[in-house]
Design a protein around this ligand. Structure first.
Ligand code: CDP
Ligand code: MG
Length: 150
């Protein structure tokens, strides 16, 4: 499996609860390298664009309201098989159904407050990383034909 990059957001519920450190520790303990990080607050317009695939779904308005409610920590994570491995570490979307030991089981509460986001496939990772950090950030370090190392 190739080295990949994926995007995670530590969401407003986890930021508010003071779980940035705990979740970041789990991420690092599981072999992911943090290669970019940004703490910021989504505007309604940018949240809408980030979650545009869900527009029209019954949970969309609640998801937007939650997403803009406080800051998020966006991070680009690098590892072999990062996209699928991070989905596994994150757990199921609904914290009540998330496998024990996963981030969402430990730190999520109830939908939409499930503590973290993780890209669902490689093409989404590229799109989401590019949206927040720019296209260069989406390229794994071993594929960069560039002097800079980030
Ligand atoms: O985040 P994930 O890819 O696991 O799930 P999604 O289907 O892409 O949904 C995006 C986000 O919408 C979830 O992480 C939840 O925060 C929220 N959601 C919700 O509030 N109610 C649902 N029934 C499904 C998702
Ligand atoms: Mg998703």
């Amino acid at each position: 499996m190739a080295i990949q990059r994926t995007l995670t957001l530590i969401k407003p519920d986890a930021y508010k609860a003071g779980n940035i450190g705990n979740i970041t520790a789990m991420i690092e303990e599981n072999g992911f390298k943090i290669v970019h990080a940004l703490l910021f607050k989504f505007t309604e317009k940018s949240a809408k664009q980030f979650y545009s695939e869900h527009e029209g779904k019954p949970f969309f308005d609640g998801l937007l309201q939650f997403t803009v409610s406080d800051k998020v920590l966006a991070m680009v994570l690098e590892k072999e098989n990062a996209v699928a491995d991070f989905r596994k570490l994150m757990g199921a979307t609904d914290p009540a159904k998330a496998e024990p030991g996963t981030i969402r089981a430990k730190y999520g509460t109830a939908l939409p407050k499930n503590a973290v986001h993780g890209s669902d496939k490689e093409s989404s990772a590229k799109k989401e990383i590019t949206y927040i950090f720019g296209e260069f950030a989406s390229i794994p370090s071993n594929e960069k034909n560039h002097a800079k190392e980030y």
